[in-house]
Write a protein that binds this ligand. Structure first.
Ligand code: DX5
Ligand code: ZN
Length: 229
């Protein structure tokens, strides 16, 4: 069984002074726009508060995949879902009541995502599988774009693929995804790929998204999901 591949480029490394044009370059070839929301508390960097993020959400021509790296995520996440994000991902390490917050995201009409940092195991979070539409396995320490892909996270991607089984839950990886690393993540079982610097540091962001998708698709055909894993 081959899997559907999704490319969700991150705008963290885009030119913030011309964000509409940057997004327009890739909107037609991308599944969702990955929006990294950082509060300089949960991670050592700041990107958007709710006000500035909501103007991006409002003006974006395709759906937003909000990746919330904020301390008070139980309060914030439902607001992003209510404001129209297609998907809202919370970090297990920041969330007080994971089940309640995932339900709140879904009740506002958004897909719910649960993310874990490199040092966090997936073992205790499989229990939320009925409440998530996507697991996000960080392949860098969250906080900055342009970091090196952590191939040692592939064991956790395989374990998450096992937790998911044949349920329609997306398996996203985020951090250091490029033409050199995307196949490694496909072979481990991922199907949804955030790419930031690989896209916006390239000469032609649209062509890069197309190339990443083609590589992931051909790789997924060569290593279809094995039922016995
Ligand atoms: C990092 C963010 C990522 C980042 C990815 O904390 O969550 O989404 O923007 O950027 P690259 O692809 O450059 O590693
Ligand atoms: Zn992200």
């Amino acid at each position: 069984m081959t899997r559907e591949i999704r490319i969700t480029p991150s705008i963290l490394n885009a030119d913030f002074d011309h964000l509409d044009q940057e997004i327009a370059k890739i909107a037609d070839v991308s599944d969702l726009i990955h929006l990294d929301v950082m509060d300089n508390i949960f991670v050592p960097n700041f990107t958007f508060d709710f006000e500035s993020a909501s103007s991006i959400i409002k003006s974006c021509s395709i759906g937003i995949d909000a990746h919330l790296m904020v301390a008070d995520v139980d309060l914030i996440a439902p607001r992003y879902a209510q404001f129209g994000c297609a998907s809202v991902t919370i970090h297990a390490e920041a969330c007080e009541d994971i089940a309640k917050t995932l339900r709140a995201i879904r009740s506002e009409g958004a897909r719910s995502g649960l993310a874990i940092k490199p040092n966090t195991s997936i073992d205790e979070y499989g229990q939320f599988s009925d409440l998530v539409d996507m697991f996000l396995i960080m392949t860098v320490e969250p906080g900055f774009g342009g970091q090196k892909f952590m191939s040692e996270m592939m064991e956790k991607v395989r374990a998450t693929r096992k937790v998911i089984g044949d349920r329609p839950i997306w398996l996203q990886v985020d951090g250091g995804i490029s033409l050199e690393t995307i196949e490694i993540a496909v072979e481990a079982g991922a199907d949804t790929f955030v790419a930031g610097s690989a896209v916006f540091k390239s000469d032609d962001p649209s062509q890069m998204v197309i190339a990443l998708r083609a590589l992931a698709q051909s790789s997924s055909q060569q290593s279809p999901m094995r039922q016995d894993i």
